[in-house]
Design a protein around this ligand. Structure first.
Ligand SMILES: [Fe+2]
Ligand SMILES: [Fe+2]
Length: 293
């Protein structure tokens, strides 16, 4: 006879079918479309962007918090949306709007094993660190995607918690009580991991390849055949949270820097890479302390 535990187990195919048939899957947020339409128009300017974004007070507060976090690297504090747009530029603010508004569409209450405050701290640290890493490695034109990719890399966790709540709780239970590794627990109950589930929604939203790959390959960036740089950068930032034990989360436990980073991102040696990583620790601490929701 099938017991309760077994009836919750889904194969990868079953999970995928559930995803395909979700009726209330969030669509791209209106504010993100409005901002993108403004960017495509000839006449985009600070005042217009501020008037679109300023309508949403929660979003405005979060934009200022992101811009003022130590890892984001601004030399001065920004206290108004207009000033943030002037200092960061329309494109950078639009990246923050993209990341925050997409993540907001998946927002939900805490459930067993998932505290949204911790989830946000983790996402924000990985996003802001990924942006900084991209710049420090000379990938200036990818720094915006690194930020958005880092902010959204674990979106599959939110999607799992929202649409597979029972399985999610079982996954957390087997991690906490039976000591199962999170990935093994995801595979046991869903036949898929949050990487593949995040990949599903990012394709559904038609996000660019850098972003889709950041969601799909942030634990194993070598799997991203095309556009691997952003997933590699997000992977480094994600691993840093584990290494420093700052805003680290269950689903990243045991995550380690992939050795191929040294070659792909052209670090001189493993020692140089380790020095590069260690240099981030204090800014991780400061940023984690500065994040309050
Ligand atoms: Fe992850
Ligand atoms: Fe993560």
């Amino acid at each position: 006879m099938e017991n309760e535990k077994d009836s919750l187990i889904l194969s990868g195919e079953e999970t995928f079918n559930v995803l395909l048939n979700i009726k209330d899957l969030p669509s791209i947020p209106k504010i993100m479309l409005e901002v993108q339409a403004l960017l495509r128009s000839e006449s985009h300017n600070t005042v217009k962007l501020a008037s679109i974004v300023g309508k949403d007070h929660g979003l405005t507060t979060k934009i200022l918090m992101v811009a003022n976090s130590p890892l984001y690297g601004l030399q001065r504090k920004v206290s108004s949306l207009e000033f943030a747009i002037m200092l960061l530029g329309v494109n950078e603010v639009s990246n923050i709007v993209t990341a925050l508004s997409l993540a907001e569409t998946m927002k939900m209450n805490d459930i067993y094993g998932l505290n949204f405050m911790s989830f946000w701290k983790h996402s924000m640290l990985v996003g802001t660190a990924a942006k900084d890493i991209a710049k420090r490695l000379g990938f200036f034109d990818l720094s915006g995607d690194a930020f958005v990719g880092g902010m959204l890399h674990d979106l599959g966790i939110q999607l799992t918690a929202r649409y597979f709540k029972n399985q999610f709780e079982k996954i957390m239970e087997s991690v906490e009580k039976d000591g199962l590794n999170f990935k093994a627990a995801e595979e046991k109950y869903l036949g898929l991991t949050h990487q593949e589930i995040g990949g599903f929604i990012s394709r559904r939203w038609n996000l660019p390849p850098h972003l889709i790959n950041s969601l799909m390959f942030h634990h194993n960036p070598y799997g991203a055949m095309d556009s691997p740089i952003v997933p590699y950068i997000v992977h480094i930032a994600d691993c840093m949270t584990q290494k420093f034990k700052i805003a680290d989360v269950h689903w990243d436990e045991g995550l380690e820097f992939d050795k191929s980073i040294i070659n792909v991102l052209k670090f001189e040696s493993e020692e140089k890479f380790n020095e590069f990583v260690d240099d981030y620790q204090s800014r991780f601490e400061e940023t984690a302390n500065a994040i309050k929701f």
